[in-house]
Unconditional design. Structure first.
Length: 120
């Protein structure tokens, strides 16, 4: 998890990854496979922002040894340079060193408002 948040890398995602983002201001709520995550989800999420990243505040491993809950903030700037800081919670499932499942939750109203502020 620390490697991922230091530098997101498609090679850390299992070929059949399921990435769930309910309520996010993107075209779909589920992305399947690394190509969809990196080629569709991330570009759609980041499009209205000048800079974008995820800052981890805490990680909580589950007792099953596969899941990790991550608390943090999406941080960056709008296209006009205004600051953005939006809290998130993710639940990641990792098997054999590869991410197989992610459920992302965030202040989706704040995400949508920041994105809408860029569309005029």
């Amino acid at each position: 998890m620390r490697r991922w948040f230091a530098k997101p890398d498609p090679s850390l995602l299992h070929p059949t990854i399921e990435w769930h983002v309910p309520g996010y201001p993107v075209p779909r709520s589920v992305y399947l496979g690394p190509e969809a995550v990196f080629g569709e989800f991330f570009p759609a999420l980041r499009r209205p922002f000048g800079t974008w990243g995820a800052k981890v505040r805490d990680m909580f491993p589950a007792t099953d040894g596969e899941r990790v809950t991550v608390l943090g903030d999406y941080e960056g700037t709008t296209l006009s340079g205004g600051p953005v800081s939006i809290p998130f919670i993710h639940v990641w499932t990792v098997r054999d060193g590869m991410v197989v499942h992610v459920v992302s939750g965030a202040d989706t109203a704040a995400l949508a408002a920041a994105a809408a502020s860029q569309s005029g």
